[in-house]
Design a protein around this ligand. Sequence first.
Ligand SMILES: *[C@@H]1O[C@H](CO)[C@@H](O)[C@H](O)[C@H]1NC(C)=O
Ligand SMILES: *[C@@H]1O[C@H](CO)[C@@H](O)[C@H](O)[C@H]1NC(C)=O
Ligand SMILES: *[C@@H]1O[C@H](CO)[C@@H](O)[C@H](O)[C@H]1NC(C)=O
Ligand SMILES: *[C@@H]1O[C@H](CO)[C@@H](O)[C@H](O)[C@H]1NC(C)=O
Ligand SMILES: [Zn+2]
Length: 472
Amino acid sequence: MGRRRGVSLSLPPSLLIVLFYFGAFSHVNGRINLTGPSPTPINRDLYHTSDGLMEQIKALVHRHPDKLSLEKFSGKNKGYHAEMTVVTYCRNRKQMHDKSKYRILLSFGQHGRELITSELALRILSILSKEKSLPNIDSLSLHDIFERLVIKVVPMENMNGRELVEAGDLCERRNGRGVDLNRNWSVDWGKKEKDYDPYEENPGIAPFSEPETQMMRKLCVTFEPHIWINVHSGMEALFMPYDHKNTTPDGLASYRMKLMLQRLNHLHCKDRCLVGSGGGSVGYLAHGTATDYMYDIARVPMAFTFEIYGDGTASAKDCFKMFNPVDLITFNRVLNDWSAAFIAMFNMSTHQLDELRSNTTNTTVSNLDKFVSIDDYLNGYLMERRSRYGKKMEVLDVGMQEIRTYFRLFLLSSVLLLLMFCSRISKSSRHIVSGHMAARCPCSYGICKTDEKTTLRDLPTVNYYYYYYSGY
Ligand SMILES: *[C@@H]1O[C@H](CO)[C@@H](O)[C@H](O)[C@H]1NC(C)=O
Ligand SMILES: *[C@@H]1O[C@H](CO)[C@@H](O)[C@H](O)[C@H]1NC(C)=O
Ligand SMILES: *[C@@H]1O[C@H](CO)[C@@H](O)[C@H](O)[C@H]1NC(C)=O
Ligand SMILES: *[C@@H]1O[C@H](CO)[C@@H](O)[C@H](O)[C@H]1NC(C)=O
Ligand SMILES: [Zn+2]
């Protein structure tokens, strides 16, 4: 999200050369100034350096060992290395694995140039640890909200990309090797719109090729969040699925999400925010985004993308100004407004989830019930393999989408083979044991009755096994 739509980078090379000559010429003569206003630099009075921010977060965790803990992950792919820090909040750390709590996963700084989002991460962690307070909210009601949650915060998902920004490439949104981390997920991956700009949106060579995306995916699979929020800047918006098409999902849960975002917009965004599906509201479709994956594949019941700030008047080259507040008053306003919005969101969504949970017999709310799907099965399998051999398995690089396709093909072919096998046997041996054989074929659909003379042992066990997992 927050994609820039400037023209400067899509000019043909010949035109760029002409422009360059013009620029050089006019510079020498001092007559025409084609370079335009120079881009706003990062305001170091307001913003931490990435190292400084991580130091602050480490110190905060150190001061509150009862509530906060910190984990570091690292990943590698073809010589490219990435690291990620994750902070976990639980009011009483001993209850971190308490299944009655709602689990929230928040990611900040997925795009390098959106520095304000990581500052918001620090602010939210400070509020959670009670070092900072929110105006107009008493600490007692905050206590009640926080009590019910376990929150994992990724303050800076794209550390390598952010380093490039801080080294002067203020418009960089991709990771350390030029892949857009919000286009590297598997839902509808790799599809390109007419206005596709590789500088902005390069999805990479395959889904999950990027270590950052792999680490986030692993975090999601192990943590199983109820709520996911992908925090960006570039505009003011509260988005829900889908990003890859211009509709929202069907069903009660989706309807509730939309109502909640509308309320949030009214209470905390002064009705300025765009609300709705990412694909339907932002003016372009985005393929391979994290939020669509979280909702569709990981089955996170509430998945959002929040866009917390944007300056539409900034020129296309002036990225720091376009994506981040540049003065103290706006900087503080954004952090205050959005930390309040996040707390309100935690509060509202836990109530929503309570209602959905008490309503689980209603089949329209299927996203909340985690049934055994091929995904869960494969995830469990991959995790197990990983820990058993204690090293990185290349199989993760293949991407879940492909594995799933092969798996389905395999299922289909084994079912076909079995049907052929059944029909042959029932034809050829009807005259010998017709009663028994007729009872066998229905067994292949998993509806054997024990009072039949046939035993389950006669049939290949693979049959039952795969039928069970092919529910998804
Ligand atoms: C061109 O304009 C920018 C901003 O307005 C200014 O900083 C720069 O010095 C100018 N360059 C020349 C050659 O006048
Ligand atoms: C992620 O990036 C990799 C490597 O650059 C690419 O091969 C892959 O297709 C990308 N995947 C997605 C889902 O964007
Ligand atoms: C949380 O939600 C409840 C019920 O909607 C409301 O009464 C309460 O004031 C909210 N608390 C905060 C801090 O917003
Ligand atoms: C399920 O929820 C829908 C939407 O609110 C409702 O119309 C329907 O009556 C519910 N069904 C049951 C069995 O509760
Ligand atoms: Zn972004």
